[in-house]
Ligand binder design. Structure first.
Ligand SMILES: NC(=O)c1ccc[n+]([C@@H]2O[C@H](COP(=O)([O-])OP(=O)(O)OC[C@H]3O[C@@H](n4cnc5c(N)ncnc54)[C@H](OP(=O)(O)O)[C@@H]3O)[C@@H](O)[C@H]2O)c1
Length: 236
């Protein structure tokens, strides 16, 4: 049976590379992007016949519903939903200087966006044999690792806490799903040089990070309700 994957925020960065790697693994891939022109351009640049552009702005409920209706015209099941769309708007801002509006914008994409995507696509993921939902997160959202100084010392309250809230989604939906599937887990690819961090040097390439996430997406071990990095399970 054909395997289908949907990746949000996939017109560039890590999402774009995950589309490429999944399409090369014979998945039929839906490349989600909020900007129609950029989404279509991304599909064209990949040059792969098994990639389809689907417009989706994860902060817009109607856009998410339209995206799920469009996916339904291709397939009745979804093997992989990857909530990759993300924003980081306060990398260089202290908590005391963070604007409420900025904090809201980060939660809108990183938390409410992922929440709505999960609810909208869950029926399709449940129809797949071994369907998985993957939330792309960061180790800076692990309260334990951040507190212990085991992450980059970036005290970005908006970015970090919106991803911590996303991690709470992973745990809550994971408890609901139990051992019978579908499976939901979070993966951090680790520091990656992308537009998200102004292309700061020294990070993984997008291809390396896509591979880290897809190792778990395509693996047979069940990680329901867990947070993972390159080496395995990490604490909350
Ligand atoms: N880079 C890192 O070091 C790192 C580390 C850990 C985790 N991550 C996570 O990895 C994921 C991918 O990030 P990246 O580094 O590849 O960054 P990126 O190149 O900036 O890509 C982010 C993507 O999210 C999209 N996006 C933003 N808001 C959206 C919305 N409302 N609806 C739909 N799409 C939206 C962007 O679209 P536009 O092009 O239209 O803005 C873009 O396609 C993020 O969740 C990020 O938090 C990154």
């Amino acid at each position: 049976m054909t395997k289908y994957a949907f990746i949000t925020g996939a017109n560039k960065g890590i999402g774009y590379e995950m589309v490429r790697q999944l399409a090369e693994s014979n998945f039929q891939v839906f490349l989600g992007a909020r900007n129609e022109e950029l989404g279509k351009k991304a599909v064209k640049s990949l040059g792969l016949s098994n990639v389809e552009f689907i417009p989706v702005d994860v902060t817009n409920s109607e856009s998410i519903q339209n995206a799920s209706s469009k996916v339904l015209t291709f397939t009745g099941h979804l093997d992989l939903l990857i909530n990759n769309a993300g924003v980081s708007l306060d990398h260089h801002t202290t908590p005391s200087e963070l604007m409420l509006e900025t904090l809201r914008q980060e939660f809108d994409v990183n938390f409410f966006g992922a929440f709505q995507m999960i609810q909208a696509f869950l029926p399709l993921v449940k129809k797949a044999q071994g369907g998985k939902i993957i939330n792309v997160t960061t180790d800076m959202a692990s309260q334990t690792m951040f507190d212990n100084g085991e992450t980059a010392p970036i005290n970005a309250l908006g970015y970090n806490s919106s991803k911590t809230a996303m991690n709470a989604l992973t745990l809550a939906f994971g408890k609901e799903f139990g051992h019978h599937g579908p499976e939901i887990f979070g993966v951090t690819p680790g520091f990656t040089t992308t537009d998200l961090n102004g292309n700061a040097p020294g990070g993984h390439t997008t291809a390396e990070s896509a591979k880290i996430i897809l190792k778990y997406a395509l693996g047979s071990q069940n990680y329901n309700g867990k947070l993972l990095n390159q080496s395995g399970i990490i604490p909350w």
